[in-house]
Ligand binder design. Structure first.
Ligand SMILES: [Cu+2]
Length: 356
């Protein structure tokens, strides 16, 4: 009996226990088949629907009275394109991310404008008499509106961004904040003067309502944009002259510069050296004027290693993006070496150094 049962189980296991790996690999194909099947069904349903359900006889829906129904909008489609662009940018990174973000922001702004238009339209058909308050009740003083908090928020944001990223953004944040606080103080002083005046006249007036600070906002935003551009190194374009003898630069030893063929210049940009081949005389000190043209935060150096690219022969300090330095190296016995960035030991930052 036991044997019979076992033989049945063995037989069944061939059928019941499939190769799961192969089945899982088939899942996407099965999903695709389902989707295609659905599309086919939909197309067939439309094809068989007959002319009456198709375009020519389409009616424009009319909303019942007192019911507001906004018309069709492309905004959700634009937003979907923007989100797709953003997600795609998150996958591939770099410029695509910014393009996706820009599309999304533009789409949302468009949507917002549409919504505001719709809102304006809806509020204009309002038939109830609008209640307009002439002012606060007697004895209550209500200060007028002020844009200072908004500018202050802009300044604080810029200041905090500057504290994180450093550079000109910090200075711009301080400038905007100081401008805001001084303006606020001026407003407060004027309001105080009004209360003093009210003691005499028995009537407390507000200071004139401020106009929208278009010019001030434009200046603030322009300052922030310029600071970000300068901090990220996009503007002005860095030339080798402007960074010559940077903060970390050390003077070229006069003895080394005197020997011909011992002073070199290497520029690193986009995580690659512009030179990948150097030849120096044996047992002779030499220098490399090294310029890092990558954005701040991207560190590079030029170390010398043996031909195996791992044994360090001479080590140098890394410099930050935007900096420049003159490295001094001691004379080397003749042979084949590499000069390499210890941060990015990739082919683009590994050059051959021939000493002979
Ligand atoms: Cu590097």
């Amino acid at each position: 009996m036991q044997e019979l049962w076992q033989s049945i189980l063995d037989l069944l296991s061939k059928v019941v226990t499939p190769d799961w790996g192969e089945l899982i690999a088939l899942i996407p194909i099965a999903l695709l088949a389902i989707v295609l099947f659905f599309f086919a069904l939909t197309i067939r349903a439309y094809a068989g629907a007959g002319p009456t359900r198709r375009a020519p006889a389409r009616l424009t829906p009319i909303a019942p009275p007192d019911l507001h129904m906004p018309g069709g909008s492309y905004a959700p489609i634009f937003a979907a394109v923007g989100v797709s662009g953003l997600l795609w940018g998150l996958v591939v990174g770099g410029t695509a991310l910014w393009i996706g973000l820009t599309i999304l922001v533009l789409a949302l702004l468009y949507w917002g404008r549409e919504a505001i238009r719709d809102y304006d339209h809806a509020t204009h058909v309002e038939t109830l008499p609008a209640v307009i308050h002439a002012g606060p009740p007697p004895g209550v003083h209500m200060p007028g509106p002020s844009f200072r908090p908004l500018l202050g928020a802009l300044g604080v944001t810029s200041l905090l961004g500057g504290l994180v990223a450093g550079g000109w953004l910090l200075a711009v944040g301080v400038i905007i904040l100081v401008m805001t606080l001084v303006g606020w103080l001026v407003d407060a002083k004027a309001e105080y003067a009004k209360t003093v005046e009210a003691d005499r006249t028995g009537h407390l007036e507000n200071i004139p309502a401020p106009v929208w600070p278009r010019r001030l906002l434009q200046v603030a935003v322009a300052l922030i944009v310029v600071a970000v551009l300068v901090d990220t190194g996009i503007f002005p374009p860095r030339s080798s002259d402007s960074t010559a003898g940077g903060a970390t630069g050390s003077p070229v030893p006069s003895g080394a510069a005197a020997t011909p063929g011992t002073a070199f210049e290497i520029t690193a940009k986009a995580i690659a050296f512009d030179t990948l081949d150097l030849t120096v005389p044996a047992n002779t000190p030499f220098t490399i004027k090294f310029t890092n043209e990558d954005p701040p935060g991207v560190l590079h150096d030029v170390d010398i290693r043996a031909g195996d690219k791992t044994s360090v022969v001479q080590d140098q300090d890394v410099i930050n993006g935007g900096d420049s330095v003159t490295y001094s190296y001691q004379g080397l016995p003749s042979g084949s070496y590499v000069f390499i960035c210890s941060i990015h030991p990739i082919p683009g930052m590994t050059g051959t150094l021939t000493v002979k």
